[in-house]
Write a new protein. Structure first.
Length: 79
């Protein structure tokens, strides 16, 4: 819930961000996919906003690992 004094952390396309309460993670989705992990005991979370499931060329994900689920989700888990 957004409350007075809460900082909003924007997650862009092909991006990942983490936040701790009272911060709020926010993104806007169209045809992309957003995945959120939250640890309620620590009140921390992380969000990845990726475009495709995998990199068809196998090269672009090295430049931007958050563009593809196959590379974004393992990095999100490490966060």
């Amino acid at each position: 819930m957004l409350t007075k004094g809460s900082k909003v952390v924007n997650v862009g396309i092909a991006d990942m961000q983490g936040a701790q309460s009272p911060e709020i993670l926010r993104t806007t989705l169209g045809s992309c996919i957003g995945v959120v992990f939250y640890a309620p005991d620590k009140k921390i979370g992380a969000m990845a906003h990726f475009m495709l499931s995998k990199d068809p060329s196998g090269k672009d994900s090295q430049k931007n690992p958050f563009k593809y689920a196959e590379t974004a989700i393992p990095l999100l888990i490490k966060k």
